[in-house]
Write a protein that binds this ligand. Sequence first.
Ligand SMILES: Nc1nc2c(ncn2[C@@H]2O[C@H](COP(=O)(O)OP(=O)(O)OP(=O)(O)O)[C@@H](O)[C@H]2O)c(=O)[nH]1
Ligand SMILES: [Zn+2]
Length: 307
Amino acid sequence: MKGLVLWGINNIFSVKGEEDGRIRECRIKGKKMDFETRFYNPLSAGDWVEFEDNAEENKGMLLSRYDRTNYFARWNKKGRALQTLAVNMETLFCIVSPESPPFRPRFIDRALILAEQGHLDVAVILNKSDQEIPEWVAQRLENFKSLGLDVRYTSCETGEGVDSLREEIKGKIVGFAGQSGVGKSTLLNLLIPGASQKTAEVSEKMSRGKHTTNFAVMIPYDNAPGYIIDTPGIRDLLLWGIESADLSHWFPDFNCLEEECSFAGCRHMHEPKCAVKKAVNEGIINADRYESYMRMMKELIENEQKY
Ligand SMILES: Nc1nc2c(ncn2[C@@H]2O[C@H](COP(=O)(O)OP(=O)(O)OP(=O)(O)O)[C@@H](O)[C@H]2O)c(=O)[nH]1
Ligand SMILES: [Zn+2]
């Protein structure tokens, strides 16, 4: 039978049968499935699977996984493997806030790269738009827009942007990601009443009282098909599968200048006559975005030296 993975932890997955709509607690048959072994978690919220029922009611065995249309994955340092946060979404919404907690554009820079690697459409939601938007935040947002990124504004206080967002995503499968405190739960509750209650219940049940929501949960809409995938409060997004020498290829605003760098294979760090650094000095490339690039670069170089 075909089913949809709604959530899962420690290799126990809640799967909703496509035909009968019943949810079963499923385990993986045998030790390993033929899933990609490079992943930290074999399945994630949003995966379509084949499963069979057990004799025991509401229990099942997972047999195989269908191909994913896209995925949002990051490097898991502890597990030293790719960790999939959510898959098969129409759009991944990255939620940020302007001031409290502080705007984190470097989170967006990383999310953009990870989304592109996972063939994922991404949009940014600046929540708490009722708060004052500092000038540098406005500039960075404009910069993102000029790179083609879809940026919207919502406020759970005034209701700005909430109804239109609800209309837009209704009936679709979309993902929500953000750092703790940006108002993700509040926004989800406005979009789907009782949403955060659902996540809390699932977390409580699956993690057996540990109170840690460290896995994504699919929340169904009230009167429409589709789900919002609520990913856990993400602290960091570590890159994967990118060599330091290739990092600038993931920065289209840098990449287009590369030919003008005097050094072939310029990494735009300390090389002389670098067109990217010149553009930063002239204010053509956003200085904070360059700083973001440099941090990723250092991280990648450190890792290359380690392994
Ligand atoms: N001013 C303002 N405050 C908001 C808005 N949305 C949420 N908040 C407040 O921000 C705080 C954090 O909101 P949460 O919804 O708990 O944030 P979260 O992102 O889910 O964070 P975690 O629960 O830690 O994962 C709460 O005090 C909310 O009332 C908003 O649009 N404007
Ligand atoms: Zn350069």
